[in-house]
Design a protein around this ligand. Structure first.
Ligand SMILES: NC(=O)c1ccc[n+]([C@@H]2O[C@H](COP(=O)([O-])OP(=O)(O)OC[C@H]3O[C@@H](n4cnc5c(N)ncnc54)[C@H](O)[C@@H]3O)[C@@H](O)[C@H]2O)c1
Length: 271
């Protein structure tokens, strides 16, 4: 039996990037999936494509920044399906700004987009999961939530809040059979990254990872679905780092980095 046969899953940010990869994998493994996204057309196209292949995928249009719209989309999915087994809350985003003069409107929006939307999504699925005495929630943090970076305090601290929220909720709901875990990706070549980053930034991210390349959305979906599945039955309150080894070292280069630099230079020359 497939891991998600007879399960109902909701994926926010399910139209593109890691969210879409989760939707594809869940559908392939037998779940009834709701792909919620502000990009309605992309979500509908994905749902149509996967449904034509025999999957059971419904697109839901909602902006997670619009609390009323977001809550009502989640409620309608749960009402239609009659239950919800998995929530994967991917929708989020970043913005730069130094602490000394960060625009508070930017800061507030980022917290609403990342932290408050995670809270709202959890609040909406909890009643059904409690009734079922079973459920699994995966929140989208980041390795940025584990450290600080100059210019990224709003994003990093928002993701740190998601990790903390995840830990508290794991304790609040553990006796109700509900597991809550966070995923902490490193750099992933998602649609957003491909659209916004200059080519030289990709080379830097590749070199920052022990395995010499950025992650793919499909690889992150594998890690997220592991947390969401019954295979992770003893895992709750955890933050799973999936970063190609980026955070596995201190930041100071050593003489041995020269060897890696040579390998990257050879690759760049196509050797
Ligand atoms: N790409 C990375 O390197 C990386 C690393 C760590 C964490 N993350 C986190 O992963 C998540 C997804 O990032 P991605 O890189 O896959 O981005 P992406 O843009 O490729 O996908 C994000 C999806 O969320 C949707 N979305 C964005 N804002 C929304 C809103 N207000 N309401 C509803 N849907 C909305 C987008 O339309 C898109 O479909 C974000 O929370 C991001 O912070 C990304």
């Amino acid at each position: 039996m497939a891991r998600f046969e007879d399960k109902v899953a909701i994926v926010s940010g399910g139209a593109d990037g890691m969210g879409a990869a989760c939707v594809r994998q869940l559908a392939a493994e037998g779940a009834t999936v709701f792909a919620l996204d502000v990009k309605a057309q992309t979500a509908h196209e994905l749902a149509a494509e996967l449904s034509a292949q025999g999957g059971c995928v419904t697109a839901l249009e909602a902006d997670v920044l619009d609390e009323e719209q977001f809550r009502s989309a989640l409620q309608s999915a749960i009402a239609v399906a009659g239950r919800v087994d998995v929530l994967i809350n991917i929708a989020g985003g970043s913005a730069a700004g130094m602490v000394a003069d960060v625009d508070l409107a930017v800061w507030d929006r980022l917290y609403r987009l990342n932290v408050r939307s995670t809270l709202v999504a959890c609040q909406e699925v909890l009643p059904a999961m409690r009734r079922q005495q079973k459920g699994s929630i995966v929140t989208m943090a980041s390795i940025s939530g584990l450290r600080g970076d100059p210019g990224w305090a709003a994003y990093n601290s928002a993701k740190a809040s998601i990790i903390s929220l995840t830990q508290s909720l794991a304790w609040e709901e553990g006796l109700n059979g509900i597991r809550v875990n966070a995923i902490c990706p490193g750099p992933v070549a998602s649609q957003r990254m491909l659209a916004t980053l200059p080519p030289e930034a990709f080379a830097k991210y590749d070199q920052a990872c022990a395995i010499g390349r950025m992650g793919r959305a499909e690889e992150l979906a594998e890690a997220i679905l592991f947390l969401a599945s019954d295979q992770a039955s003893f895992i709750t309150g955890a933050s799973l780092v999936a970063d190609g080894g980026l955070t596995a070292r201190t930041s100071q280069p050593t003489e041995f980095d020269d060897v890696r630099a040579e390998i990257f230079a050879r690759r760049a020359r196509g050797q």
